[in-house]
Write a protein that binds this ligand. Structure first.
Ligand SMILES: O=c1ccn([C@@H]2O[C@H](COP(=O)(O)OP(=O)(O)O[C@H]3O[C@H](CO)[C@H](O)[C@H](O)[C@H]3O)[C@@H](O)[C@H]2O)c(=O)[nH]1
Length: 317
């Protein structure tokens, strides 16, 4: 099977490529290298089953070339920064919705019939049901990013049913691990390297979310993708996350301890009752009962994933 991984040079994408290559698939990566890096793929660059294409998915012609001859697409390319939504909605629209539309158009034209998409917990907005199951609704994202992910999901569902494209959507919790180059752990490490005595925490520190290590994430995506292949459903969605949560202040404590520091914590107070930024969901925990019923479960909880990620980003493992 030949698989196109969009965003395959990025954080989650490159871990997926590692796993697909190890399992013997033929892999083509399309990436614009805006956030990802060839360094993440250096192990495979000269491998006979591997191909790299650099290109911007806002260009439909590039996508037509990229999907040509593949059996399935894992669509991971995205701008993942929730916090830029209030300043750059157009960028989030283009790099989440427009590129998904272009991919679907290219798949329709070249008759590519299988798609997996990485969506986000942010589609649920401020869910009243915790843990939040896949069939929770009505969906009311509170960030432009969450809205863009939900729009991309909706387009995929529409194309799946209209053009017989079998599609599975993964709604991911906060994914962390080696090669991540944004997010709270990455930010805290950089802030502490710049000033070991004082750590600025955005919001009030009580933001409480579920964190999943990238190794568990890749395991879930491939396992559930293979299960989905066995079913005759045209479209399905799965939550992927851990079964507990951790606060931003606890993350700050873990990062400080792993770096051997005891900084003073400074809370900015944030916006709208302690959020880090406009659209920051304060409490997030996904129900993973549907994935568990299929036979997947995470190996690490949120705390273990955070501790491992801090050590990985510090180069200790
Ligand atoms: O310097 C910082 C950075 C972040 N935070 C806080 O840490 C929490 C986590 O923020 P991240 O930037 O790590 O992650 P987000 O929750 O905004 O979003 C992440 O998880 C989402 C799914 O849950 C999406 O997938 C998204 O792409 C991904 O970045 C937030 O509450 C934020 O307020 C701080 O206090 N200080």
């Amino acid at each position: 099977m030949k698989i196109l991984v969009t965003g395959g040079a990025g954080f989650i994408g490159s871990h997926l490529v590692d796993r697909l290559m190890e399992e013997g698939y033929e892999v083509r990566v399309l990436d614009d290298l805006s956030a990802g890096s060839l360094e993440n793929l250096k192990k495979w660059i000269n491998h006979e089953r591997f191909e790299f294409m650099q290109g911007d998915m806002r260009d439909l012609e590039i996508l037509k070339k990229a999907v040509d001859g593949v059996d399935a697409v894992f669509h991971l390319a995205a701008n993942p920064e929730v916090r830029i939504g209030s300043q750059s909605p157009q960028l989030l629209y283009e790099t989440n919705v427009l590129i998904t539309y272009n991919l679907l158009e290219a798949m329709r034209e070249r008759r590519i019939k299988l798609l997996a998409f990485t969506s986000s917990s942010t589609v649920y907005g401020e869910a009243k049901r915790i843990p939040t199951p896949e069939d929770y609704g009505p969906l009311e994202p509170i960030s432009v990013y969450g809205g863009a992910k939900l729009a991309a999901e909706a387009l995929i569902s529409g194309y799946a049913h209209t053009f017989d494209i079998k599609a599975v959507v993964f709604r991911l919790a906060n994914i962390i691990g080696k090669r991540s180059n944004h997010g709270v752990i990455y930010d805290f490490i950089n802030k502490l390297k710049a000033n070991p005595d004082r750590l600025e925490i955005l919001g009030d520190g009580t933001q409480r979310k579920s964190y999943l290590h990238v190794s568990d994430t890749i395991e879930a995506m491939l396992y559930l993708f293979k299960e989905f292949l066995k079913e005759d459903k045209i479209y399905d969605a799965y939550n992927i996350g851990s079964e507990d949560w951790i606060t931003v202040t606890e993350i700050a404590e873990i990062v400080s301890r792993e770096m051997g520091l005891s900084p003073e914590f400074y809370f900015t107070g944030g916006v709208d009752g302690g959020r880090g930024w406009k659209g920051d969901v304060k409490i997030m925990l996904l129900s993973i009962e549907k994935a568990k019923a299929k036979g997947w479960k995470p190996k690490m909880n949120s705390r273990e994933a955070v501790e491992k990620t801090v050590r990985e980003l510090l180069g200790k493992e």
